[in-house]
Ligand binder design. Structure first.
Ligand code: AHM
Ligand code: MG
Length: 334
C-alpha cells in the first residue's frame, strides 16, 4: 500500500506549486472539507436524532425544505463564516446570495453550493451529495453588484462534490485533473483514493427519470428508444440505473462511463437542475476526466448565467454518448 495522503496535504502541495497563491483558496477548500465531515457525521446518525422530515418551509425552488437540507446549509454557512475568506455564498437553500465578509474587507472568491443533493433520499437512507463551485472575482466584478458572481462555468477555479454513500467520498478538480478522496471515519481524514481519474469514452449505462417520458420532446424519446434497442455490436441495450441523487449517478458515470440526463420538458424547457451549483461544477469534473456536459443543444460551460438559481437541461457523461444525444437534439433547435 502506498503512503496515505490526506486531502489537506494534497491541497497544500497544490498551493506550493503556485508561487502567487496566498493560501485563501486552500483555506476555502479546507472549509468545504470540514463542512463535509460534519454533514457526514449528522447523516450517519440521522435516524437517532430529530433531524429527519420536513421543516414545513418551501425553498426558492418551490420544494419542501427537509430538516437535513437546512442543517447542511447552515453547516456550510457557519464554516465559511468562521474564517471570513469567502466573499459571497450562493446556495440552493437561500433565496439571496449571502455576503459573508464585512464591507471594509474584500474577498476574492464566491462559492456556490447545493448543500444536500438528492433530498428525496433523506428519509430512506439512500445516497446523498453536496456540490460546490468556486469562482474568483476580479476587482471590476467586485464593484458590479449582482453581476459579481454570474460567470460561465469555464471560469470556475474549482468544482467538485461529496458523495455520502456506503462511504463518504470527495471528488474535485482545479483544472489539473480529477482527484478522489475517501473519508476514513476512524481518523476523521479524507485520504487520497484516486488521482487523475479518466473516464471511458463510451459506456453502457444511462440514468434518467423515465417516469417523465410523456413530457419529453421527440428527440429525447428517440434517443432513449435508440439506446434501448438490441444491437450487440454497439453494446445496446444500455442498462438503466437511477438513484434520485445526481451526485451518486454522476459518480457512477465517472467510473463506469455512460451518461446521466435530466432533459428539458416540452412545457418546461429549462429542465429541473441548477446551472451554477449542479450542472457547472459536475461538468468541470466530468470534462477534466474526458467527458462532456451539455444541455443537448449547447455546452454547459459556455452558458452565460443570468440569475444565480437558473435551471438548465443536463446531459452529462462519456464523450461519445453525450455527442450522440446532441445529434438527436440539435435538429430540434433549428
Ligand atoms: P435536489 O438538489 O433538490 O435534491 O434536486 C436535484 C435532484 C437530483 O439529485 C436528482 O437527480 C433529481 O433531482 C431527481 O429528480 P426527480 O425526482 O424529478 O427524478
Ligand atoms: Mg441538487
Amino acid at each position: 500500500m502506498s503512503n496515505p495522503v490526506s486531502l489537506t496535504e494534497h491541497i497544500l502541495d497544490q498551493q506550493r506549486l503556485n508561487p502567487d497563491a496566498t493560501g485563501e483558496f486552500s483555506t476555502i477548500m479546507t472549509q468545504i472539507v470540514l463542512g463535509g465531515k460534519m454533514i457526514a457525521q449528522d447523516l450517519r446518525q440521522a435516524g437517532l436524532l430529530d433531524i429527519l422530515g420536513s421543516t414545513g418551509d418551501i425553498n426558492i425552488q418551490g420544494e419542501e425544505v427537509q430538516k437535513l437540507d437546512q442543517r447542511a446549509n447552515d453547516t456550510f454557512v457557519q464554516v465559511f463564516e468562521s474564517s471570513k475568506i469567502v466573499r459571497t455564498v450562493i446556495s440552493e437553500e437561500m433565496e439571496e446570495p449571502y455576503t459573508v465578509i464585512p464591507a471594509e474587507r474584500t474577498g476574492k472568491y464566491a462559492v456556490f453550493f447545493d448543500p444536500l443533493d438528492g433530498s428525496s433520499n433523506i428519509d430512506v437512507n439512500g445516497p446523498l451529495g453536496a456540490i460546490f463551485s468556486i469562482h474568483r472575482l476580479s476587482p471590476t466584478n467586485l464593484e458590479n453588484g449582482s453581476s459579481l458572481y454570474l460567470k460561465p462555468g469555464h471560469e470556475q477555479v474549482a468544482g467538485g462534490y461529496i458523495l455520502f454513500g456506503a462511504s463518504t467520498i470527495l471528488v474535485y478538480t482545479c483544472g489539473d485533473g480529477v482527484h478522489q478522496f475517501t473519508l476514513n471515519p476512524g481518523i476523521g481524514e479524507f485520504l487520497l483514493s484516486g488521482s487523475n481519474i479518466k473516464m471511458p469514452a463510451r459506456g453502457k449505462i444511462y440514468s434518467v427519470n423515465e417516469g417523465n417520458r410523456q413530457k419529453w420532446s421527440n428527440g429525447v424519446k428517440k434517443y432513449i428508444d435508440h439506446i434501448q434497442e438490441v444491437d450487440v455490436e454497439t453494446g445496446r441495450p444500455y442498462s438503466l440505473r437511477y438513484t434520485g441523487c445526481l451526485v451518486a449517478d454522476v459518480h457512477r458515470v465517472l467510473f463506469k462511463g455512460g451518461l446521466y440526463l435530466y432533459p428539458g420538458e416540452v412545457n418546461k424547457p429549462e429542465g429541473k437542475l441548477r446551472l451554477m451549483y449542479e450542472a457547472a461544477p459536475l461538468t468541470f469534473v466530468i470534462e477534466q476526466a474526458g467527458g462532456i456536459g451539455s444541455t443537448g443543444y449547447e455546452r454547459i460551460q459556455n452558458i452565460q448565467p443570468k440569475t444565480p438559481h437558473q435551471r438548465v437541461p443536463l446531459v452529462i457523461g462519456s464523450r461519445e454518448d453525450v455527442e450522440l444525444v446532441e445529434k438527436f437534439l440539435k435538429p430540434e433547435m433549428s
